[in-house]
Design a binder for this molecule. Structure first.
Ligand code: SAM
Ligand code: SF4
Length: 396
């Protein structure tokens, strides 16, 4: 493709499947730069200059499922299992709120037992009460990422959260290719996954009032550019509010090690292209820069921001638990404490031309449009407890 042809594709209001596949496959540095610039500008135009924080709390690595790609799958007996206490979880959420993070994400392996369901309810209730402040009158926003659950459970958690305006759920469908999905999830045991069921979970999350987030892994062995194009079409079909996707990375503890992974440089570029094209096709959705980008390259998440991401998920899990949450090899920030992660991140974000949306829960504009509310962004003359910033912003 010539540069003139590429410029013509990037200028189109709607991309065809052939355009999408062509953009995903770009490798020439100048071509990739053009794609990056188009996606960054579209993000600024649709989403504004802010990158929102979701403080990530990896509350437990106990899982009843056996997804073959995942380092904490049930059959990996080398992992020492943990569950944070309610006190530890709430403490991290309160810390995040005080730092000006507008929202947190509670993530864990998948469990369906009543004890776990009620435990999450109790954490949500306490987080809501303890994170209310003049800057966050409804408490911190919450994203849950706790796997496939019945709609009744999604509803219980939604009720317990107490902040329906900023309630989100992230459940990646991983790949829209049913054969690939089957290859990734066909494992012995009772909790084998099924693509249609995952999609039904996303529909029930919408019915239960959540902002719906999903995503895929990029560079799965056997995955093609056409598969990734269909993934983007599926994001459109589901009408998602937010997307979290990142490169597939091998892991010593997974069951796909023998299949290897893409060469890191090519994998990173493919993941960045996927982010950019998703931004161009999907428009005003939130797109998270996955930690897995940082596992390939130190500034991988910042590159994600340049290619169209507007959300990052700083890891708040206490350091002693991090070794237990190794989804893939070389997961970053293993030795950092949350405070270190937070302070270096703002500078990194600013270095790429964005500002942190302090105290903003950061709902996607697609969601705000769906519920018929404009995005309110009001300057609030407040001081942080540590005096780090004089002016912060308040928004829904
Ligand atoms: N258990 C919940 C679920 O599966 O939705 C949430 C936690 S799960 C660890 C979160 C995501 O980690 C998965 O959706 C998957 O895409 C990602 N993940 C797991 N193993 C991975 C790997 N080897 N490389 C990249 N991403 C991986
Ligand atoms: Fe469990 Fe999620 Fe890992 Fe699957 S991806 S094994 S559900 S933690």
């Amino acid at each position: 493709m010539t540069r003139t042809e590429l410029a013509a594709i990037l200028a189109r209001p709607e991309l065809s499947d052939a355009d999408i596949v062509a953009l995903l496959g770009l490798t020439d540095p100048e071509d990739c730069r053009m794609l990056k610039e188009a996606a960054f500008n579209r993000t600024t135009e649709l989403m504004g200059p802010y990158v929102y924080y979701r403080g990530l709390i990896e509350l437990s690595n106990i899982c009843t499922a056996n997804c073959r790609y995942c380092g904490i799958r049930k059959a990996n007996h080398a992992v020492e299992r943990y569950t944070m206490t309610q006190e530890e979880i709430v403490e991290q959420a309160v810390w995040a709120a005080r730092q000006g993070y507008g929202s947190v994400c509670l993530q864990a392996g998948e469990r369906h037992d009543e004890k776990f369901i009620e435990f999450i309810c109790a954490c949500l209730r306490e987080i809501h009460v303890k994170t209310k402040s003049p800057l966050l009158p409804n408490g911190v926003g919450v994203t849950l990422s706790l796997g496939d659950q019945p709609e009744s459970v999604y509803r219980r958690w939604a009720e317990a959260c107490g902040n329906p305006e900023s309630l989100r759920y992230l459940a990646r469908f991983e790949t829209s290719n049913p054969e690939l999905f089957q290859m990734l999830h066909s494992t012995p045991g009772r909790n084998e996954k099924n693509l249609e069921h995952r999609l039904e979970c996303l529909r029930s999350l919408r019915r239960a009032g959540y902002q719906v987030g999903t995503g895929v892994m990029i560079g799965i062995p056997g995955q093609t550019l056409e598969d990734l194009c269909r993934d983007i079409r599926m994001f459109q079909e589901i009408d998602v509010d937010m997307i979290g996707m990142g490169p597939y990375l091998r892991s010593e503890g997974n069951d796909l090690e023998a299949l290897g992974q893409m060469e890191p440089k090519a994998l990173l570029q493919l993941a960045l292209n996927m982010i950019a094209v998703t931004r161009l096709v999907l428009g005003p959705v939130n797109i998270a820069a996955a930690t897995a980008l940082q596992a390939i390259r130190d500034d991988g998440r910042e590159m994600g921001i340049e290619y169209g991401c507007n959300v990052v998920m700083p890891n708040l899990s206490p350091q002693r638990f991090r070794k237990g949450y190794q989804l893939y090899d070389n997961k970053p920030c293993l030795d950092d404490e949350p405070t270190q992660c937070a302070s270096c991140l703002e500078k990194r974000i600013q270095s790429r031309g964005r500002e942190v949306g302090w105290n903003m829960s950061g709902s996607s504009r697609r969601y705000l449009r769906r519920i018929g509310r404009p995005n309110e962004v009001k300057p609030a003359k407040d001081y942080t407890p540590d005096g780090r910033r004089l002016i912060r912003l308040r928004a829904i």
